[in-house]
Design a binder for this molecule. Structure first.
Ligand code: H79
Length: 445
């Protein structure tokens, strides 16, 4: 009897362990842990590389919108050589820019895969003079530099004979369960192949054409996370992603999502278009990066290599210009958190993770000392990030009978100013503490 009791308690423990383990296998690692590096990263480089670079036309959309016929669009396959493709050089340049991660198009909406896929026939190995899997060496070169690597994948495929949509004006079919099932198998086949690259993140696009149920979005998420429990998925998976992805438009106010990334082109094109000379300046891009940082987000800045694999000179110059600024100001970029409300400082701000350093980003030439209002903390020290120069400050107007903090003025000599954005670090006594109450008018004294 005693023996039996012991045995049954062992069985119960084993059963419990079994259930517990099974559950822990299914449970996802919490988002805060998976996305911790992403929250700290601040800058990523997007790469749109595909056959659309050959004619220098809009990626996929040019045939979808009937600007060019489908056969003419596909003729670009013959010009995609990748003859000067040097992924090690790309990786070096990406690292030099100060980016901590990069996302490459493995397949855009045109359905041309850049790796040696066994699913479908449209890929750079079989159908272009490049004759190569372009993704494997890229992932390797990026991982070697300890940067994170992400794969862009278009869920929709306007080239696939089993996909319902072809162009804006032509549909292959509206309802056909068999065809859709075949397409789903194809998508899962390619996605399973992508998991073998073991990327750190997946960047989906084109989800708007079908519902979560049709894409089998939940199953896609489960598949990717079962292969790599640390993987990150962008929002474009009909509700099954991890972080928000505003496109082109810099947010005006702080996005509600804790995790977000603005993807943006350097000129007005995602892919290589030599006629598009409307590049943003290095200064403008640095200020946009700072804008994102001040709102707690990341910037995913796009580059567009030529069909031979070289990166246009204008884009190299922007990456290097960014690199100069990010290297000098790294302590005020990586790992920071969103700054304080604009009422307290007339410009962009961010906070260190522990909230004891306030960073001020000065993107203009001040016409007198900088001003911080409503800061309750005492200030321990103020210095210029990147050169360490200590700055003097003065608190003015503090009344002993009032709880309203005085005006904190900081002198910023011209000789310590950066040519793009000057960064000032304000070391506080304790965590940032702001006066946010309404100041009542004094009725009597
Ligand atoms: O790869 C680049 C672009 O080709 C791709 N995303 C970047 C990263 C892209 N371009 N446009 N879009 C994604 C969004 C397109 C939205 C639209 Fe619509 C599709 C506008 C009209 C049809 C979805 C449906 C949004 C509005 C209606």
């Amino acid at each position: 009897m005693k023996y039996n009791k012991k045995l049954s308690s062992i069985v119960i423990i084993l059963l419990f362990l079994n259930v517990f383990c099974a559950n822990s296998q299914q449970a996802e690692k919490p988002k805060e842990k998976r996305l911790a590096w992403f929250k700290d990263a601040k800058l990523g480089i997007f790469i749109h590389w595909g056959i659309y670079a050959v004619n220098g036309i809009d990626e996929s959309w040019s045939f979808y919108n009937n600007y060019i016929s489908y056969p003419d669009y596909m003729k670009q396959l013959n010009g995609f050589t990748a003859h000067n493709y040097n992924p090690k050089k790309w990786a070096k340049l990406i690292e030099e820019s100060g980016a901590k991660y990069t996302i490459i198009t493995t397949k855009h909406h045109d359905g041309v895969a850049l790796w040696n896929t066994k699913f479908g026939k449209l890929n750079t190995v079989q159908h272009t003079p490049a004759k190569k899997d372009l993704i494997t060496p890229f992932v390797k070169a990026i991982k070697k530099r300890n940067l994170k690597v992400g794969l862009y994948y278009s869920l929709l495929d306007w080239s696939h004979s089993d996909y319902p949509n072809f162009t804006r004006t032509k549909k292959r079919y509206t309802e056909d369960d068999k065809k859709w099932e075949s397409f789903t198998k194809f998508n899962f086949g390619q996605l399973t192949e992508l998991t073998s690259f073991n990327p750190d993140m997946y960047w989906f696009d084109g989800d708007w054409e079908q519902s979560a149920k049709k894409w089998k979005a939940k199953e896609i998420r489960n598949l990717l996370l079962s292969r790599n429990p640390n993987a990150i998925i962008n929002s474009r998976l009909q509700g099954y992603g991890d972080y928000a992805t505003p496109e082109q438009g810099v947010p005006i106010s702080k996005p509600s999502s804790i995790f977000w990334e603005l993807c943006m082109t350097m000129n007005n094109s995602w892919g290589y278009q030599p006629n598009d000379k409307k590049y943003k300046s290095i200064n403008q891009i640095i200020r946009i990066l700072v804008d994102c940082i001040s709102m707690g987000g990341n910037l995913l800045l796009d580059i567009a290599p030529k069909p031979d694999g070289t990166i246009p000179q204008e884009q190299v110059a922007i990456l290097k210009g960014l690199g100069r600024w990010t290297k000098k100001h790294k302590e005020a970029i990586y790992g920071t958190r969103a700054g304080i409300p604009k009422e307290h400082f007339n410009g962009y701000t961010a906070l260190s993770k522990d909230k004891t350093i306030l960073y001020l980003y000065v993107d203009n030439k001040p016409n007198g000392p900088l001003l911080i209002k409503g800061l309750k903390n005492k200030v321990n020290r103020i210095w210029v990030v990147g050169n360490g120069t200590k700055l003097s400050h003065k608190v003015v107007g503090k009344q002993y009978w009032s709880s309203v903090p005085g005006l904190l003025y900081i002198d910023l000599p011209e000789k310590v100013q950066d040519k793009d954005v000057t960064v000032i670090a304000v070391l506080l006594r304790g965590k940032v503490d702001l006066f946010r109450e309404e100041v009542k008018a004094i009725e009597s004294n």
